[in-house]
Design a protein around this ligand. Structure first.
Ligand SMILES: *Cc1c(COP(=O)(O)O)cnc(C)c1O
Length: 384
């Protein structure tokens, strides 16, 4: 039998045919008049999805490049930052900050939990010289959402502290209000919620952050946000624009605008809810003890079955690329994304394959039980 491929990983995610086709057009020159309106439209679309009046700059890198830019454009070596570290990507903030000579104070959060926001206030009171608070909105490795709105309310009161959010997997899946929640710098990447291939990163910058940028002494060359800002004002990027990806970005934004912000967030919330309920119906446990992410569901492998074997069986026997566990969660969890170009039948395909996989691995399943739960939830939602 042929094996049809389904991509249900938390990045890269599937790309709609309209977007793929738009990127198949001949390459145009990034300084030509053909390109200027394309970049103009992309930058406005990004402000729309970011819910911001701030600049949203486009970088030619994956999401991590924008994380690097968020560190080396706003701080100076020796300065203190507070990192909320509750997983693989929290750890990445720590490593990047240290690589650029910052002093890192951590709030370690047990994997699977959301941060207790009072801890942020405590640390900010304890150290008056914290220059930035760095956090993930959705910690993709654990499938947990941190309460960005509440942390924003705290950090806002500290004049000299920037609020820096990695929204790489959260944006699009969650309603994140950059301006209303006082997020100074927010990073995201093309291959997660944006329905695009990997290769672009986006970063918003508030006025408070631009003021800090003037004082920041960390060395930088490629990711120079001040230069990107000057160029963006002329609908250009500092170096060669990733023209095809930006054309695709415009097409993806058009699809998103047609659906509307409210509907996009509602869709992700329903897909995540149905996934979680279906998994519980099968008898498995969700990994998050905190608030679960709407981008990705982390599921505990049942006793005696290796999560990596579940992940591999899903892929090799059923054509479903989900995700395994990272680092200390390797073997203990596996993850299904419902992010970007995802609908109810992606969830049903994933759950169905999971039931068959578990059966093959000797875990007792009643075929169709999880699928039925998902169908029930979707049918109820469709009537609303
Ligand atoms: C995927 C992801 C990243 C890393 O993005 P790359 O595109 O692989 O560089 C960082 N943070 C979070 C929360 C992610 O989900």
């Amino acid at each position: 039998m042929i094996l049809k491929r389904y991509l249900l990983a938390p990045g890269p995610t599937p790309v709609p045919p309209e977007v793929l086709l738009s990127m198949a057009m001949p390459v145009i020159h990034h300084r030509s008049p053909d390109f200027l309106p394309i970049l103009d439209s992309a930058k406005r679309g990004l402000q729309w999805i970011y819910q911001t009046k701030n600049d949203v700059l486009i970088l030619c890198s994956t999401g991590t490049g924008a994380m690097v830019a968020a560190v080396n454009n706003f701080f100076s070596p020796g300065e203190k930052v507070l990192v909320i570290n509750g997983g693989k990507f929290g750890e990445r903030w720590v490593k990047i900050a240290q690589a650029y000579g910052l002093e890192v104070i951590e709030i370690p959060v047990e994997w699977g939990y959301s941060v207790d926001v009072n801890r942020v206030e405590e640390e900010l009171k304890k150290h008056s010289d914290i220059k930035g608070v760095l956090i993930q909105a959705s910690e993709t490795s654990t499938g947990v959402y941190h309460d960005i709105e509440s942390v924003g309310k705290i950090v806002k009161n500290y004049e000299d502290t920037l609020f820096i959010v990695d929204s790489i997997s959260a944006l699009v899946a969650h309603d994140i209000k950059t301006d209303e929640w006082a997020i100074d710098v927010m990073v995201s990447g093309s291959q997660k919620g944006f329905m695009l291939p990997p290769g672009l990163a986006f970063i918003s910058v508030s006025d408070k952050a631009w003021k800090r940028n003037e004082k920041s002494k960390t060395p930088r060359f490629y990711f120079n946000l001040k230069k990107e800002r000057e160029n963006l004002a002329k609908n250009q990027t500092n170096f060669t624009s990733a023209v095809s990806l930006i054309i695709g970005l415009n097409e993806a934004l058009k699809l998103m605008q047609k659906e509307g912000l409210e509907n996009i967030f509602r869709r992700h919330s329903i897909l995540a809810h149905a996934t979680r309920e279906a998994v519980k119906e099968i008898g498995l446990k969700l990994f998050p003890k905190g608030v679960p992410s709407n981008a990705v569901t982390a599921i505990e492998a049942p006793q005696g079955i290796d999560g990596q074997v579940i992940y591999k069986t899903l892929r090799e026997k059923h054509g479903i690329t989900a995700a395994g566990g990272q680092d200390k969660l390797k073997g203990k969890v596996f993850r299904f994304a419902h992010l970007g170009y995802a609908d109810k039948f992606d969830v049903i395909v994933g759950i169905s394959a999971l039931e068959m996989t578990l059966n093959e691995l000797g875990y007792p399943v009643t075929f169709g039980k999880g699928v039925a739960k998902a169908e029930e939830i979707f049918s109820k939602e469709d009537k609303k």
